[in-house]
Design a protein around this ligand. Structure first.
Ligand SMILES: [Zn+2]
Length: 396
């Protein structure tokens, strides 16, 4: 089962100066460039996302998607249906999209689909028909032009019957790779119910590839695999590094930790807001921030007491974000020192900096670390012997 990371231009400065908090030479790297081997099998690139930046798009058009990403592995292309969820019809034409995947050198290209969501329930039949009709035309264009990327038919639905029917239609059209959309926000039990229904159709066909969009739940991986899923994508482990306040840093043992917030007093939007009230001077805020950074680094070298560090960071935290105390989460992070328990190249190189919630170079590095941990956990789960098969074998 292949794991794809969605591309959101996630890069950090390779030689960032953490003490001065400045890039040194402008060399920017991705997760697959910072680690000796990529912490994913492939990259999913959405048309809607890369077309946002005209300069980048020009470069991709010139050099191709692989060279732009600096990545030799498989690159999966889709349109990014969440980007046009509110439109009556997708903004992309099938013929242009089929040609775009070819021109940019994608390995896989998904037909132009339209998400079926509760918000637009009255449009569900229409969106379903658009998705199937586009898939039909997409395969015709792909085959008539002899493009060499693998065409992937998108399936959308709103219940088990419609998903099953959608997959059946795609297989009848002639697809050998399909992609299931619209389940990203569904609970795991619903995802598995839909996949079970789809599996009834899949089991009648041999060697059909199935991609599941936006679902990466380790607890369901083995079940997903049994139900015929061959690839999936998700950025949730990358993005949790800076979204939410409880589990920003993952460890392979399943423990999660809050990152410790020490925002830059001259750059953070929250700090700017506090300064705007006039209740505190910039110099005072800077002194607190520097004190916290110094103490965290001393703590990293076992030269400061836990209580002393905790008090300082909670004080700074209370000034910046008075609404919520992170005392329990920070105590757990400081006590367990999780950054010392990870073998990844980032944690080995930057140490305690990775656990500090502060700017792109720390936050995104922590996201790369999470992706690395997730990928390790995934390999471990997929490598484990199947308990059902083991029992059966044991009986003979
Ligand atoms: Zn790490």
């Amino acid at each position: 089962m292949n794991y794809y990371i969605p591309w959101w231009d996630d890069r950090v400065d390779l030689n960032y100066d953490f003490i001065e908090d400045e890039p040194t030479d402008g060399i920017k790297v991705t997760a697959h460039e910072i680690y000796s081997s990529p912490p994913y099998d492939g990259i999913l690139v959405s048309k809607a996302k890369i077309e946002e930046n005209k300069k980048n798009m020009k470069r991709i058009t010139n050099v191709g998607i692989h060279e732009y990403l600096g990545f030799d592995g498989p690159v999966f292309g889709d349109c990014g249906a969440y980007g046009y969820i509110k439109e009556d019809v997708p903004p992309y034409k099938t013929k242009e999209t089929a040609e775009y995947y070819h021109k940019l050198g994608f390995d896989y290209g998904v037909s132009v689909d339209h998400l079926i969501v509760k918000q637009f329930e009255e449009q569900k039949h229409n969106r379903y028909d658009i998705t199937i009709k586009n898939a039909e035309k997409f395969l015709q264009v792909h085959d008539s032009k002899g493009f060499d990327y693998v065409p992937v038919g998108a399936a959308q639905g709103w219940d088990a019957t419609s998903y099953k029917e959608s997959v059946k239609e795609l297989l009848d059209i002639g697809y050998q790779y399909i992609a299931i959309g619209g389940l990203t926000r569904s609970p795991t039990s619903t995802v598995l119910d839909m996949l079970r229904a789809i599996h009834e159709v899949l089991s009648e066909h041999e060697r059909v590839g199935v991609h599941l969009f936006g679902v990466a739940r380790l607890s369901a991986m083995r079940e997903m695999q049994k139900l015929g899923i061959t690839s999936f994508d998700s950025a949730s482990h990358l993005r949790r590094a800076w979204l939410g306040s409880r589990s920003n840093y993952m460890l392979p043992d399943g423990n999660n930790y809050a990152a410790i917030r020490i925002p830059q007093s001259d750059r953070s939007p929250k700090a700017k807001k506090i300064l705007g009230t006039g209740n505190i001077e910039l110099e005072e805020l800077e002194a607190m921030e520097e004190g916290c950074m110094g103490l965290m680094r001393m703590y990293g070298r076992n030269k400061a007491d836990l209580d002393e560090v905790l008090e300082a960071i909670l004080w700074y935290d209370s000034i910046i974000d008075a609404k919520k105390s992170h005392a329990d989460e920070y105590l757990k992070t400081l006590k367990d020192r999780p950054w010392e328990l990870c073998d990844c190249a980032i944690c080995k190189r930057v140490g305690v900096e990775v656990i500090i919630f502060r700017g792109n170079n720390r936050n995104r590095r922590r996201g790369f670390h999470n992706t690395w941990v997730f990928y390790k956990q995934l390999q471990k789960i997929l490598d484990e012997p199947d308990p059902v098969k083991q029992t059966t074998l044991g009986e003979f």
